[in-house]
Design a protein around this ligand. Structure first.
Ligand code: AMP
Length: 431
């Protein structure tokens, strides 16, 4: 299935093309046609399934097709998210999807001054993304008028309830017009969630996707502890093994992808890099080479890799561990497809141990540690982290948002890089 078959308009297709989204994810395939038909949705899906696009693409389509008669824009779509991180992530996605459209949006959340948020609201926006507490504050001060809302999205409803937002949500709902389309997303369908959904939705279509935590049984997973300095040497050492016919190597950054590909090529290992800063031509060429096997190694960032659909990929290599555990599942899902076996190798430094721990919790599986290799490091001891750390997941502990939230929070506290990234992101996003 393609996005055009979902009857999305040209500017959206172009934006998705630029993002390398080649085909809709299951939640998008299931939800988008119903949203375009005007139906309410109860979506059972977690982060990582593509649910943001599932609700934002049809909303953007509706808003852009609707004639904008007013100079002053009224808020027509409200997206409620439990945390500022999620609100910003949704805002980033909407920004990317709405590139060719004349649709404005802004994000409001607590913990920062409301001044710029108010300025934006005064100017008028089509879509408002908000956390409940700050939204109520702004509503009580008369800065937000929800009477023109046509679309109401409640994202991660389960987490909202866990975080005690139910009363805020109830107050907000009373200010929404009765005639509206409501899209409700939750990772679980627990009784209290269903009760809330019942009060909000009219004859909803239920869509659900399998949680992202299920890593394929067909993928054998191994991890190598190594120091930062030795990562490149270890990668080259691993690639000397000819049983690695065809590998997708993941880095966290675009520059990292370029550096790794360059280093491999200079050591005689044919590699290409693919990421968002490469021209469409260069990306197509690299992909074609990888698919026809004239290029053995493709080095990619997560975003760029989304559109890569290669049959019989023997290996995925995590040159850098992903910060989100779900991303690991997506990465290794590139191999071991359609009944064939695959291998996922991860190169992990002491800094990256917390990510590995999160991954193990999410997939509820021990990842085999390769103890003896020429670049084996003792960093784990110096970091005070026992080698068994990745076996420390609690069996039966449902990998859920709360877990992820806590661990992410701890990780941010420990890792100054997060602080910097968040501040940078926030500064560029708060309007
Ligand atoms: P979400 O579950 O909405 O947080 O999305 C998870 C990630 O998947 C985000 O990085 C999206 O940019 C990406 N994504 C969403 N839909 C697609 C798609 N159809 N193809 C490739 N990537 C996607």
């Amino acid at each position: 299935m393609t996005f055009s078959e979902l009857k999305l308009i040209k500017p959206l297709i172009t934006a998705l093309d630029k993002l390398n989204y080649t085909q809709p994810t299951p939640i998008q395939q299931q939800a988008i046609p119903h949203v375009l038909d005007g139906r309410d949705i109860f979506g059972c899906a977690q982060t990582g399934t593509g649910k943001t696009a599932a609700f934002s693409l049809p909303i953007l389509q509706f808003l852009s097709l609707k004639e904008q008669n007013n100079n002053r824009r009224f808020i027509k779509a409200l997206v409620l998210a439990p945390t500022r991180e999620l609100a910003l992530q949704i805002s980033d996605n909407i920004l990317a999807y709405s590139k060719g459209l004349n649709i404005s949006h802004t994000t409001v959340f607590g913990g920062v001054s409301q001044q710029n948020q108010v300025k934006d609201l005064r100017r008028g926006v089509d879509i408002l993304i908000a956390t409940p507490g700050r939204l109520l504050d702004l509503m009580n001060q008369g800065f937000v008028d929800l009477r023109s809302i046509e679309f109401f999205v409640l994202d991660e409803a389960d987490r909202m309830l866990d975080m005690g937002f139910i009363n805020d949500i109830r107050k907000i709902i009373t200010k929404l017009p009765a005639k509206r389309q409501t899209l409700f997303f939750s990772a679980t369908a627990a009784p209290d969630i269903m009760k809330l959904a019942d009060t909000l939705l009219k004859n909803p279509v239920k869509v659900s996707v399998t949680p992202v935590s299920s890593a394929s049984e067909m993928v054998s997973q191994r991890v190598y502890y190594v120091s930062k300095e030795n990562k490149r040497s270890l990668l080259k050492h691993l690639l000397k093994d000819n049983s690695i016919e065809h590998a997708l190597v993941f880095t966290r950054t675009k520059r990292g992808a370029d550096r790794v590909a360059k280093e491999l090529n200079s050591s005689g290992i044919l590699a290409a890099a693919i990421h968002g800063d490469k021209s469409q031509g260069a990306r197509t060429k690299a992909l074609k080479g990888f698919k026809d096997r004239s290029i053995r190694i493709l080095v990619a960032t997560d975003i760029a890799s989304r559109g890569i659909d290669v049959d019989k990929l023997s290996h995925v290599i995590n040159y850098e561990m992903p910060e989100q555990a779900e991303t690991y599942v997506h990465r290794i899902g590139r191999t071991g497809r359609a009944g064939s076996e695959g291998t996922a190798l991860s190169l992990c430094t002491a800094d990256e141990m917390p990510y590995l721990k999160d991954i193990s919790k999410l997939i509820r599986k021990d990842i085999e540690i390769v103890k003896s290799h020429p670049f084996s490091s003792n960093e784990k001891q110096s970091a005070g982290i026992d080698q068994q750390i990745i076996s420390n997941h609690r069996p039966g502990n449902t990998p859920g948002h709360n877990n992820k939230q806590t661990t992410n929070k701890n990780r941010r506290r420990q890792n100054p890089r997060h602080k910097k990234n968040n501040n940078e992101k926030r500064n560029s996003k708060i309007l």
